[in-house]
Design a protein around this ligand. Structure first.
Ligand code: HEM
Length: 70
C-alpha cells in the first residue's frame, strides 16, 4: 500500500510462474495472485497459463467491462 514503488524486471516476473508462487502483470503492475487465484471467477486455468507473464491483453479481452489498476 502507499505510494512506494518497486520496479520488477520481466526476468524477475518470469521466476514466479508456479502454482505456489504466482505473479502476473496487468497494466504495468505486478500482482502476487498465489492465494487469490482460488477466488478468481474465471477459474485457475487462464491465470496459470499466464503465470509469470504480462497478462494485460488477455485481461482486457476477458474482462472488457472491468476497470482495473487505475
Ligand atoms: C489480476 C487479474 C484478474 C482479475 C482481478 C480478474 C477478475 C475477474 C472477475 C472479477 C471476473 C468476473 C467477471 C464477471 O463476472 O463479469 C473474472 C472472470 C473471468 N476472468 Fe478474470 N481476472 C484476472 C485475470 C484474468 C486473466 C489473466 C484471464 C485470462 C487469461 C482471465 C480470464 C477470465 C475469464 C475467462 C473469466 C470468466 C468470464 C465469464 O464467465 O464471463 N482473468 N475475472
Amino acid at each position: 500500500m502507499g505510494d512506494s514503488k518497486k520496479y520488477i524486471t520481466a526476468e524477475e516476473l518470469k521466476k514466479h510462474n508456479k502454482r505456489d508462487d504466482l505473479w502476473i502483470s496487468v497494466q504495468g503492475k505486478i500482482y502476487n495472485v498465489t492465494d487469490w487465484i482460488k477466488q478468481h471467477p474465471g477459474g485457475d486455468i487462464p491465470i496459470l497459463n499466464l503465470a509469470g507473464q504480462e497478462a494485460t491483453d488477455a485481461f482486457i479481452a476477458f474482462h472488457p467491462d472491468i476497470l482495473f489498476g487505475s
